[in-house]
Design a protein around this ligand. Sequence first.
Ligand code: SIN
Length: 329
Amino acid sequence: QAMQQVEQASVVVLGTGGTIAGTAAQAGDNIGYTAAQVTVDQLLGANPMLPCALGGRRLVTEQVAQVDSKDMSVGIWRALAVRCLHWLADASVQGIVITHGTDTLEETAWFLQALLRPGKPVVLTCAMRPATSLAPDGPQNLLDAMAVVQDPEARGVLAVCAGVVHGARDVRKIHPYRLDAFDSGDAGPLGYVEEGRVRWVKSASFEPDPVVNWSLDAIHLILDQPVWPRVEILTSHAGAGGAVADLLVQDGVQGLVVACTGNGSLHHDLEASLLRAQASGVGVVRATRCALGQVLPKAGDELAHSNGLSPVKARVSLMLERLAAQATR
Ligand code: SIN
């Protein structure tokens, strides 16, 4: 019976592009390459260890997009969420692996986690070197992602890179070049992949803060919205004024996330502009521009804080909140 279940189980791999699917003219060139050139089928087909890593499970692949993830768009996010919903509802699917560029991987991870909160694992993986590199990191990352997606403890949206498993909430790209480019900050990683085995150091379902649990109907309503709210990110810095925020409000922005100094503080000119924006109905959220830690709320705060989310993830959450409000209006 157990054997039969293993044979029937499938793993879905959704390709979106990135350096993992990149090619360079020279094998020695690890920066002068073009991302998103190799299809997900070619990528998997070129990995001789994949059949072994699949352990008899059926492999299903889909090319959802083919982009350098700096160009990630709302349209691709919507398509990705729709395909994840489709496959997650299939009882034979054990989990989903998504190949993705490293540059916005954390945003896609948080978008999928915040919206879908999947019980099954959805594992994003990537590479820092193109597929044509003399020593590419993509093939091992892919195998590690396969190990994680099949692990009975794995759940929710995870990121796997350089043998480290990160949770969607905390994962952050911290280095533009080295192979171990991701970090989970104060929270630390969830686990490590060692020779095809996952060593968890924390439960994959660990969630420090309450997040919205959208119903399936609400998720579909959100995904069906033809126009997604415009939410921009600003930084508070020495000499920051309010002109950019004022212009964005005039231009119809619906949300503003600010990468604040320290514990959510703002240049007073920018703060005045943001308070005006909030009074006019624009959603304003303060995150910190510090690499570690989070904005701690204090008495008298007039602007919301990001619940520990980084600026780019706070933007995703604010966008989803506004979308949900728009969808149920
Ligand atoms: C990308 O994010 O698509 C390019 C960079 C990378 O994957 O490392």
